[in-house]
Structure formats: structure tokens, C-alpha cells
Design a protein around this ligand. Structure first.
Ligand SMILES: O=P(O)(O)OC[C@H]1O[C@@H](O)[C@H](O)[C@@H](O)[C@@H]1O
Length: 296
């Protein structure tokens, strides 16, 4: 990773894309539409999207005011990128992509969109952590200049001759909401979900809309539709999440007790977000040596 100044010299696009030293001095890229209020900020630490504002000026991501920017811990809020493992398992919780120093590989100011592409490769550290494959990840964050639609595309290439890479993953989005108790997540009715707040017990979603804010909600919806709609609350509008190759979906809000146990989120802030996550969990994707896979 180069210095912020060196990265800025290569990757800044006058009037729209700026590399800067963010919180804790960590390098970050800001995409800012010249024609609307749309913007996004992405830290190289974790390739972590830390802010996203739509074309009308609505800030759509929750970022914890007590997030730790030490270049080691995952940032609390925004969009952590969980790869190659979702949740607990043989590797560190939610994998190592979200705690790795990514390279900034490219930026582009195109007619309708701004983008930044990040890259991360396997290392002795990732092999020592127990993930044997040799791989390169590419992650492109694209912001539409007019409406501010955000698109996230993740691709993994596994080197020829490498052991296969078994992958579970998540785009773990913390959506900012006026009040957790006012949200409705639609598109999940009738699905089987694993209730992580109840030991992983499988249940069927009986409600038309999933709600949070009355108890801990931590659910993995299996084989979810490619479109899930988050209604952010009365008069707060909606966000539509469209996915490809992330076949499952998570809805998570930590509520009171779990939030109190999080050192990097204020106790009251469970009221301010709901995570609606594009995930690939039920069936790990196995990318063979010489192969590649992608999702968005
Ligand atoms: O605290 P972490 O590692 O960022 O994880 C936060 C949450 O992430 C969610 O995706 C999981 O479903 C929860 O079980 C977990 O608590």
C-alpha cells in the first residue's frame, strides 16, 4: 500500500474521486457525484464502505461513532465484507477480508458512475490462518452519479494448481434507520430461516414483513429472492437490495443486551440500524484452482 499522497497522485479524479487520510489516518477513497448529492467513502482497510449518501442527500448507512480505526479491528457499521467465511468457524469470525489492508487498484469517472476497485491476495498469513488456497479478490464499488445507486461486485480468482477455495461470504450492510422499531424488511415471507438468536433452530418466516427492535433478531434466510426491500420507516423511504450469486440473506439487529456487549457501539445505537445482508452461507461456493467466482 502506498502513502495517501502517492495513492492520491495516481487515483484522484478531479472533481469526483479523492483519496484521503480518514479516521485514524487510514487511507480512504471518496466518490462524490458532481451532479447530485450522491457520495460514498471506502476505507482500504477491509475495502470497507463507511458512508453512502443517495442523490437526494439521504445518508443510508449506519456507522458507529465508537468504531475503532486502528487498522486491525473490523470497522463497526457501514458495509463489512465478510470473506471467505461468514460467521464463526475455522477462520476468524466473518473471515479475514474485513480486517485486511487492501490495495487500491483503479478508479474511474465514467459518464454515469464513479467507481473504485480494490484488490487483496492470499499471503503467508492467510495460509497460516488455515485457508490453504492461493487467490486474488477484486472488489468494485460503483456509485451512480444521478440517483446514487450503489453497486458492489466481488470476484475471486483462484490460482492454477491451488487447493480449492471453499467460500461463504457476506456484504454485511448496516442500514441507517430513524428507528429500528419502525422498519419492515419485505421479500422473505414463507422462507426457511436459521434463527441464530436461538441456537440456529430452523423456522419458517410467517410474517409478511420482518421487523426488529423488540428483541434480538439474527436470522439467516435460506434461498432468499434476489430482491429484498427495506422500508426504513414512516416517511423515510425504502432501499431495494438486488443480489446475484449471494443466494441467502441475513437480518440482524443486536437489541439491548448484545449491544451492551459490543465495545465499539454505543448502548443505545441498536435503535439506529438494521443489518440486511447479502450472504452466501447455506452451500459454500467451492472455487477450484484455475477458476473464478463472483457475486454482487
Ligand atoms: O460482531 P461481528 O463479528 O461484526 O458480527 C456481528 C453480527 O454479524 C451478523 O451477520 C451475524 O448474523 C451476527 O450473529 C453477528 O453478531
Amino acid at each position: 500500500m502506498g502513502s495517501v499522497e502517492a495513492l492520491a497522485a495516481t487515483f484522484n479524479r478531479p472533481g469526483s474521486i479523492t483519496v484521503f487520510a480518514g479516521e485514524g489516518g487510514l487511507p480512504a477513497v471518496r466518490l462524490a457525484s458532481p451532479t447530485s448529492a450522491a457520495s460514498a467513502t471506502v476505507y482500504l482497510h477491509g475495502a470497507h464502505v463507511a458512508s453512502w449518501t443517495d442523490g437526494g442527500g439521504t445518508s443510508l448507512l449506519y456507522m458507529s461513532p465508537t468504531a475503532v480505526y486502528d487498522g486491525k479491528k473490523a470497522l463497526r457499521g457501514g458495509i463489512p465484507l465478510c470473506w471467505p467465511q461468514f460467521g464463526p468457524g475455522a477462520l476468524p469470525q466473518h473471515g479475514f477480508a474485513r480486517t485486511s489492508a487492501w490495495a487500491l487498484a483503479a478508479t474511474a469517472d465514467e459518464a454515469g458512475a464513479l467507481s473504485a476497485t480494490f484488490a487483496l491476495g492470499s499471503s503467508p498469513g492467510t495460509r497460516a490462518a488455515g485457508f490453504a488456497a492461493d487467490w486474488v479478490l477484486t472488489y468494485t464499488v460503483r456509485l451512480a452519479k444521478a440517483g446514487g445507486a450503489l453497486s458492489l461486485r466481488l470476484a475471486a480468482a483462484v490460482a492454477a494448481g491451488s487447493p480449492p477455495a471453499p467460500i461463504t461470504a457476506a456484504l454485511h450492510t448496516y442500514f441507517a434507520v430513524p428507528s429500528a422499531a419502525g422498519v419492515a424488511v419485505k421479500g422473505l415471507a414463507g422462507l426457511t430461516y436459521r434463527d441464530s438468536a436461538d441456537g440456529g433452530r430452523e423456522r419458517t418466516e410467517a410474517a409478511d414483513a420482518v421487523t426488529v427492535g423488540a428483541a434480538e433478531v439474527d436470522r439467516v434466510y435460506l434461498d432468499a429472492p434476489s430482491t429484498v426491500r427495506l422500508e426504513r420507516g414512516p416517511s423515510a423511504g425504502a432501499v431495494v437490495m438486488r443480489t446475484k450469486n449471494f443466494p441467502d440473506a441475513v437480518v440482524w439487529n443486536a437489541y439491548v443486551d448484545k449491544t451492551a456487549a459490543l465495545a465499539d457501539m454505543p448502548d443505545e445505537d441498536w435503535r439506529r440500524y438494521v443489518c440486511v445482508e447479502a450472504v452466501s452461507v447455506k452451500t459454500p461456493v467451492v472455487v477450484e484452482g484455475g477458476g473464478s467466482g463472483w457475486g454482487r
